[in-house]
Write a protein that binds this ligand. Structure first.
Ligand code: ANZ
Ligand code: ZN
Length: 802
């Protein structure tokens, strides 16, 4: 027909694809794995912001199909977590039921995108057949000593009587009730991710990931080089060990600060100072970690003891303060107020001495107003005076090692992972606590430990999960000795299920293993991973940690899960991230109805560079819709015409193929759309002025468009007489020789202003070009004379007149 009817076409092709998928497993095809970060199936459904990532990954998947790959493009559900639990508390609906409904709804909405998901591979983290393996990995980690229990201070709301995740603490207050959040020591399960710190850091180099994300991960791991130095303490026989990244500043150390939790605090505290110290220690223990990390006025208390500087014997007072963290380095620092901002603020507040030991050009500053944090030349440092501070770092560290008063060390910011939640809606941790044997792993053949039904999902108020109230579930026998034991009632964090799900898609029904060796070899690791930048650190780091662990125990044969990563930016409206809570959500439904799925897909790409946040404007889709209509008319008008292929048509065809291929490979998808628009306009010009467009050019245009607008592409492809799908055609190739322009337009300037345009041949001689230029401006000289001619081939002709 002449009129483009998106509804009819899109319904028709969706039906056809149902029985004849375009992505087929055929002899000799290579495999390609393109993965989306799987969604949390929330109750509010999909908006056009969610579409963006899903369209990006589908375009990429279909592109790979056209290149001849058999593509795995799966979808599933990260369905444990707080919202379903909160909904259960409010409405009394079991989280499993609410989740199942949300999944159905999500799936229906996802189908509107027409992505080539393979639903036979669907996974759901809340399915016992899935979380059996989440638990299995935990058991393996426990056996390897990587999962362990520890008393840990966690955020605690005294009114709700529950532990809170950091995300649930807003400005130091409980997100639910607004009370001030305190700390409570609770037994937690920890995963020893720190054992993998160095590998997680080093292997970043092997990844084809955005530099920004790699930097965020390496900052998070936070490796720093420095030294541990032993200070003698006056009057007692024990040494105080500090960690510093700046051994070069040792002569400038004028006091020491310990974390209030440091093991030696009590021992160092004099009788006169004890009351004040103990009060400070207690006050600190009541503060949330959030509070403590916030920049604010320094506080602290003197212990009454002194440490001796190992280089010059200086007597330096030992203080405690909450700006020193207990679990970093050694929990104790030597303070150099002249060269460290926090120490400077502390020294000013408590009137402690400041000694400058590094100076620009060696000139000491009189009355320092702020810490001098740059490099420079050593002063006030005895035999090291005059040395560059960069060199003295090494020199002083060596001196310390030689005299056995310190050693060079490496430190990581990365902490072990607090892995337990006092919640119902998560994977039960597969451990039982036996009166005699202690913590014992549930035998692998007894997995999964399924979540029992509960009557009340409310937190118990004791800091234990609601599971603790189900006595028939909690009380059990010990797998080792058969004696009385209790099940662990904490559950896993939401990250657990998403740290390995990419493995399961490959072999979702396997009853005997996470994934079979053969399937893993066929598909893994993931070739392309598409998802939001908000997961740049935690999810990606956890997934890399799990993969390395599974590699170590022989489950997989690769150490990195995701070879290539692409992070899409957010869709915003009225300047804010699109979200239900902001009330600025645009639903895809009306747009799909009015313009079609193809138009919305294309507009999702056209809206801006895919890696950046982009502002949504409904009106923009109109332009994309008109473009699709132009393609429709171009093909319908030229279909079946017997057109001789001109050099010009060939050139346009090769140029278009080149531009689309290159921009697509580098993920510049918005500019792919502009290339389509530009070249379609060119073809329409040619079509109007000449005899029409040849079949091969039309077919190339349609094939290149197919990953982006699959329905109309199939329709036009069939209109041109093909029986098979456009996705069997292969990705078009180009020939750079045939792309070359034989004529170019050149602007001609007079005194720097463009006054005319000439057409010249590629490689045309300078004399001939200038002759054309002079002719073109002949009658624009206003009686002036040419005094100079500037000619840069193919770029500028400037004629200077006076
Ligand atoms: C003396 C010094 C002089 C320091 C100077 C810095 C500048 P990064 O790079 O983060 O590893 N520090 C050590 N342990 C700490 C703890 N538990 N809590 C708070 N601060 C701690 O920084 C290491 C530096 O942070 C160390 O080097 C120490 O202060 C401090 F001009 O020692 B420095
Ligand atoms: Zn036992």
């Amino acid at each position: 027909s002449v009129v483009y009817n998106h509804k009819q076409i899109e319904t028709k092709w969706r039906d056809i694809w149902k029985d004849n998928p375009v992505n087929k497993n055929e002899e000799g095809k290579e495999k390609y794995y393109c993965l989306d970060m799987f969604p949390y199936p929330s109750g509010s459904g999909l908006h056009v912001g969610h579409w963006r990532g899903y369209v990006l990954s589908d375009v990429w998947s279909r592109y790979k199909v056209l290149q001849g790959y058999y593509v795995l493009h799966p979808m599933g559900w990260d369905a444990f977590g707080l919202p379903a639990e909160n909904y259960a508390i409010k409405m009394g609906v079991h989280p499993a039921k609410a989740t199942a409904e949300n999944v159905q709804n999500f799936k229906r909405q996802l189908n509107e995108i027409s992505a080539i998901y393979d639903w036979t591979k669907e996974v759901n983290t809340t399915d016992p057949n899935y979380y059996k393996w989440t638990q299995w990995i935990f058991v393996k980690m426990f056996k390897e000593g990587l999962a362990y229990e520890k008393e840990m201070p966690i955020n605690w709301c005294p009114d709700c009587k529950t532990g809170l995740a950091n995300e649930e603490v807003v400005n130091g207050a409980c997100e639910r009730c607004g009370s001030e959040v305190t700390k409570k020591n609770l037994r937690q399960w920890m995963l020893k991710i720190t054992a993998y710190a160095e590998r997680l850091l080093q292997d970043l180099q092997t990844l084809d990931w955005p530099a920004k994300v790699k930097k965020m991960q390496s900052d998070w791991i936070g490796k720093s080089y420095g030294a541990e130095i032993d200070f003698k303490v006056e009057g007692i026989d024990e040494q105080l060990k500090v960690f510093t990244t700046r051994p070069d500043t040792l002569y400038g150390s004028t006091f020491m600060v310990l974390a209030p939790e440091h093991a030696m605090v009590s021992q160092l505290t004099s009788d006169a100072q004890r009351e004040e110290v103990e009060k400070y220690v207690f006050d600190t223990s009541m503060k949330s970690s959030v509070d403590r990390l916030q920049e604010k006025e320094k506080t602290g208390v003197f212990t009454g003891s002194y440490a001796i500087n190992p280089l010059n014997g200086a007597k330096t007072p030992i203080w405690i303060s909450d700006y020193v963290l207990a679990d970093y380095g050694t929990g104790a620092i030597m303070c150099v107020p002249a060269h460290d901002d926090r120490d400077f603020a502390f020294a000013k507040k408590f009137d402690l001495p400041i000694i400058q030991v590094i100076a620009e050009d060696g000139h000491e500053i009189e009355d320092l107003q702020e810490a001098y944090t740059s490099e420079g030349v050593m002063i006030n440092s005895d035999v090291f005076n005059g040395m560059k501070s960069t060199e003295s770092k090494e020199a002083i560290a060596n001196y310390l090692e030689e005299h056995e008063i310190g050693k060079k060390t490496e430190n990581y910011k990365l902490r072990d992972w607090v892995f337990s939640r006092q919640r119902y809606w998560g994977e039960p941790i597969p451990i039982v606590h036996c009166d005699t044997c202690g913590a014992v792993a549930v035998p692998e053949e007894q997995l999964p430990i399924t979540l029992p039904d509960v009557e009340s999902y409310e937190p118990t108020g004791t800091g234990e999960s609601p599971l603790a109230d189900i006595h028939e579930w909690v009380n059990t026998t010990c797998p080792t000795c058969g004696g009385h034991a209790k099940r662990e009632t904490n559950t896993m964090p939401q990250w657990a299920g998403s740290s390995w799900y990419f493995l399961r898609y490959v072999d979702p029904d396997n009853k005997d293993a996470i994934v079979s060796k053969e399937k893993a070899k066929e598909w893994l690791p993931v070739d392309m991973y598409v998802g939001g930048i908000e997961h740049a650190v935690l999810h990606l780091l956890y997934a890399r940690f799990y993969t390395k662990f599974l590699y170590d125990i022989g489950v997989v044969e690769f150490e990195e899960p995701f070879k290539r990563l692409f992070n899409q930016g957010m869709i915003c409206k009225n300047g804010a991230k699109m979200s239900k809570s902001k009330g600025n959500v645009v639903s895809p439904d009306d747009l799909v109805d009015k313009y079609g799925c193809d138009s919305l897909r294309l507009y999702e790409l056209f809206v801006g560079p895919p890696e950046l946040d982009s502002e949504w404007d409904d009106r923009g889709i109109d332009g994309v819709y008109r473009f699709i209509n132009r393609v429709w008319h171009l093909v319908t008008e030229n279909q079946g015409k017997d057109v001789t292929v001109t050099k010009e048509l060939e050139k346009v065809r090769h140029q278009l193929t080149y531009e689309v291929t290159h921009r697509l490979n580098s993920f510049h998808l918005n500019t792919v759309v502009s290339a389509f628009m530009e070249y379609t306009n060119k073809l329409m010009d040619i079509s109007r002025k000449k005899d029409g467009i040849d079949q091969q050019t039309l077919e190339t245009l349609i094939t290149l468009l197919a990953p982006f607008v699959p329905h109309i592409a199939e329709e036009l492809w069939h209109m041109l007489g093909h029986e098979t799908s456009v996705f069997t055609n292969g990705w078009p190739t180009y020939d750079e020789e045939k792309m070359k322009e034989d004529e170019v337009e050149m602007p001609v300037q007079i005194n720097g202003k463009v006054r005319a345009t000439i057409t010249i041949g590629v490689g045309e001689a300078k004399d001939s070009v200038m002759e054309k230029a002079r002719t073109a401006i002949e009658n624009k000289l206003d009686g002036k004379n040419i005094v100079k001619e500037i000619y840069v081939p193919h770029k500028i002709i400037n004629i200077v007149v006076k």
